[in-house]
Write a protein that binds this ligand. Structure first.
Ligand code: HEM
Length: 169
């Protein structure tokens, strides 16, 4: 069990710590619109980054859909970086800014495995108002310019205290 205090570099992101659960909708010029359920957890182990783990599922049958995991790294002067891996064979490195409780990130590098769908750029905006976390993800992929792919709203789960959330591995 890790009881390390929050690293000072991560304090501006403390509002993210804990579990969030909600629903989203997806679209892209090449696909049928869809809806999904989603759970996100941000945790820490006292080092200067947050662990980020996300799982999604089809609604209403709960069949697993996309998932991703990575690290949110606050750096100097309100700048922030996100490093992510996805089982679809895609990796994202994004950089951007933190302003209050809004994070704006743009990819600096997308990696795709030999069989993954082609993605050339991603933008993510994540904001928290009161107990609601919302995000929008736009991407340039499979020959299309930057277009919206995902929009979701998640509610903070009451049993997840922002001050005691810790990495569980
Ligand atoms: C909440 C997370 C996500 C969900 C629920 C989701 C869901 C879907 C679904 C249902 C499709 C259409 C069927 C398919 O091709 O599998 C799709 C397509 C796709 N998604 Fe996502 N996705 C998510 C996140 C992402 C992310 C983070 C990326 C890229 C960084 C991404 C890239 C793509 C691409 C490239 C396609 C293929 C479009 C095409 O072939 O025309 N998705 N996604």
């Amino acid at each position: 069990m890790n009881n390390q205090p929050l690293h000072p570099a991560v304090e501006p992101l403390a509002y993210l710590l804990g579990q969030w659960r909600g629903e989203g909708k997806g679209e892209y010029p090449t696909i049928e619109p869809f809806v999904y359920g989603e759970e996100i957890e941000f945790s820490h182990n006292g080092r200067p980054f947050l662990f980020y783990v996300q799982k999604t599922w089809n609604t209403p049958d709960s069949y697993p859909m996309h998932s991703e995991a990575g690290y949110l790294r606050p750096v100097a002067d309100g700048r922030i970086e996100l490093v992510l891996a996805q089982p679809s064979g895609i990796t994202e490195i994004l950089a951007g800014s933190l302003s209050g409780s809004r994070i704006d990130l743009t990819s600096t590098l997308i990696g795709v495995s030999p069989t993954a769908k082609h993605v050339s750029a991603v933008k993510r905006v994540i904001s928290v108002k009161a107990t609601t976390l919302s995000y929008q993800l736009d991407m340039a992929a499979v020959g299309h310019d930057m277009s919206i792919h995902l929009q979701a709203e998640l509610e903070r789960q009451e049993d997840s205290s922002p001050l005691t959330s810790e990495a569980s591995w």
